[in-house]
Ligand binder design. Structure first.
Ligand code: PLP
Length: 436
C-alpha cells in the first residue's frame, strides 16, 4: 500500500467505522457463535501471495463481526465501560503513525502489580536496614499483603505473581461491602503476633461487583503508622472524580502511596490508557531500575522525561480527548451515566418483585428478583440468551445479583427503558415457571 492508496483506504476505513458505530444498536449485542467458529472460516496458513485489500475488508463482516461482542452498543450493560470516542480513535491513528516505543505500565492490573512489587522491595530494604544479617528469603516468606474480598481478581493474581501471601479482608452488607479500618487493624495485629510482616494493602474505590468504596480515611492512617504501602485501585470510579460532587469519595487519598484509575474505562479514552500516581517516585524507580548502556540518555533522572517517554501513546489519546471534550464535556458524560443509572434504579425500586442489592453511587446498579439464586440465575440466562441486552452477574453476601452497568457512550433513556421492559417481561416468564 503506497501513500496514495493509504489516503483512499484511510478515508474508507473512517466511513466504515462511522457506519459501524452509527448503526451498532441494530446488531445483536452478544455473538451467537460457539468458540472455534473461526476455524472453518479462515485458512490454516497465511496466504502465499498477498490478498487484496477488498478481500480483507469483505471478511470483516463475514469472518470477524459474527464473533464480536459489541461493547459500544447502547444495549451493553456488562462489566464496566470500556471507553470509546472519536477524538481518541483519531489520536490512536496518529500514535500508530508516530510509532515510537512506549515503555508503558499498562492497565490497572499491572498498576496493582507494579505497586505490590515496589512495596515488597521497600519492605525488604527497610528490614535489612535495621537487620542487615537477616536473609532476604526469610523476609519475603513472612510478608503479607491485604485487599478487600471485593477487590478485582487482578489483585489476588498480583500476589501470586509476586510470590507473597495475599489475605482477603471480609466485608458484608452492613459495611456496604467496604473495608473498615477496625477490620484491617485487627488482621494486622493478629498477623504480626503470628510473626508475619504486613507490607501492602490494596484499597478499592469502586469495586467491580458493586462499586463499593473502602474507607480510606480510616485505612490510610493505619497503613501509614504500620509502614504498609497503601495502593488505591480506582480503575472504574476514578474518572468520576473530575466532578466536584464525586470528589469527596477520594477523601483520604493523601495517605496513599500509589493510586491508579483507567481513563480507558470511563473517560472516553480508548483502550488502553491507565494512569498511575506514586507518592515517592524513588520507591518505584528504585524497585525496577535497569541501567543498560543502550538505554542511557542525558535526561535519565528527570521526572519529566520519565512521564513523557513512558506514555506517549496513551497521553496523545488523552490530550485529544481532554481538549476536544473539555472538562465540561467529560463531566457531562459522567453525570449522564450516573443519571441513567439512577433512572434504572427507580424503575427497579418501583417494581415490588425486585430489590436493589447495593447503594447506587455511580453508573452501576446491582439488582435482583426477590427470591432464590436459581430464579435470578435463570433470569440472567434468559436475558443473555435473548442477545438484545448483555449483563453479567456478581455474588453479594452469597446472593446471585445482576449488574446493570452503564457502558456505552451512546446509551440514552430510551435504551434503559427498553432494557427494563425486556427484563421484566423475562422475569414474568421465569417467575411463572420456577418457585421463587
Ligand atoms: N480494578 C477494578 C476495580 C476493576 O473493576 C477492573 C476491571 O473491571 C480492574 C481493576 C482491571 O482493569 P484492567 O483491565 O485495566 O487491568
Amino acid at each position: 500500500m503506497d501513500t496514495t492508496e493509504f489516503r483512499r483506504r484511510g478515508k474508507e476505513m473512517v466511513d466504515l467505522i462511522a457506519d459501524y458505530l452509527e448503526n451498532i444498536e441494530q446488531r445483536t449485542v452478544y455473538p451467537d457463535v460457539e468458540p472455534g467458529y473461526l476455524r472453518s472460516l479462515i485458512p490454516e496458513e497465511a496466504p502465499e501471495d498477498p490478498d487484496t485489500y477488498e478481500d480483507v475488508v469483505k471478511d470483516i463482516e463475514r469472518v470477524i463481526m459474527p464473533g464480536v461482542t459489541h461493547w459500544h452498543s447502547p444495549y451493553f450493560y456488562a462489566y464496566f465501560p470500556t471507553a470509546n470516542s472519536f477524538p481518541a480513535m483519531l489520536a490512536d491513528m496518529l500514535s500508530g503513525a508516530i510509532g515510537c516505543i512506549g515503555f508503558s505500565w499498562g492497565t490497572a492490573s499491572e498498576a496493582t502489580l507494579v505497586a505490590l512489587l515496589a512495596a515488597r522491595c521497600r519492605a525488604v530494604r527497610m528490614i535489612l536496614a535495621s537487620d542487615p544479617q537477616r536473609p532476604e528469603t526469610g523476609i519475603t516468606s513472612k510478608l503479607v499483603a491485604y485487599s478487600s474480598d471485593q477487590a478485582h481478581c487482578s489483585v489476588e493474581r498480583a500476589g501470586m505473581i509476586a510470590g507473597v501471601r495475599m489475605k482477603k479482608i471480609p466485608t458484608d452488607q452492613s459495611d456496604k461491602y467496604a473495608v473498615q479500618g477496625e477490620t484491617l487493624r485487627r488482621m494486622i495485629q493478629e498477623d504480626k503476633a503470628a510473626g508475619l510482616i504486613p507490607f501492602y494493602f490494596c484499597a478499592t474505590l469502586g469495586t467491580t461487583p458493586s462499586c463499593a468504596f473502602d474507607h480510606i480515611t480510616e485505612l490510610g492512617p493505619i497503613c501509614n503508622a504500620e509502614k504498609i504501602w497503601m495502593h488505591i485501585d480506582a480503575a472504574y470510579a476514578g474518572s468520576s472524580f473530575i466532578c466536584p460532587e464525586f470528589r469527596p469519595l477520594l477523601n483520604g487519598i493523601e495517605f496513599a502511596d500509589s493510586f491508579n484509575f483507567n481513563a480507558h474505562k470511563w473517560l472516553l479514552v480508548n483502550f488502553d490508557c491507565s494512569t498511575m500516581w506514586v507518592k515517592k517516585r524513588s520507591d518505584l524507580i528504585g524497585a525496577f531500575k535497569m541501567d543498560p548502556l543502550y538505554l542511557k540518555h542525558d535526561h535519565q533522572e528527570s521526572g519529566r522525561y520519565f512521564c513523557t517517554d513512558n506514555s506517549l501513546f496513551r497521553s496523545l489519546k488523552m490530550w485529544f480527548v481532554f481538549r476536544m471534550y473539555g472538562l465540561k464535556g467529560l463531566q457531562d458524560y459522567i453525570r449522564k451515566h450516573v443519571e441513567l443509572a439512577k433512572e434504572f434504579e427507580s424503575l427497579v425500586r418501583a417494581d415490588q418483585r425486585f430489590e436493589i442489592s447495593a447503594d447506587v453511587v455511580l453508573g452501576l446498579v446491582c439488582f435482583r428478583l426477590k427470591g432464590s439464586n436459581e430464579v435470578n440465575e435463570t433470569l440472567l440466562k434468559r436475558i443473555n440468551n435473548g442477545r438484545k441486552i448483555h449483563l453479567v452477574p456478581c455474588l453479594l453476601s452469597g446472593q446471585f445479583v445482576l449488574r446493570f452497568a452503564l457502558c456505552a457512550r451512546t446509551t440514552e433513556s430510551r435504551h434503559i427503558r427498553e432494557a427494563w421492559r425486556l427484563i421484566t417481561q423475562l422475569a414474568e416468564e421465569v417467575m411463572q415457571e420456577l418457585p421463587h
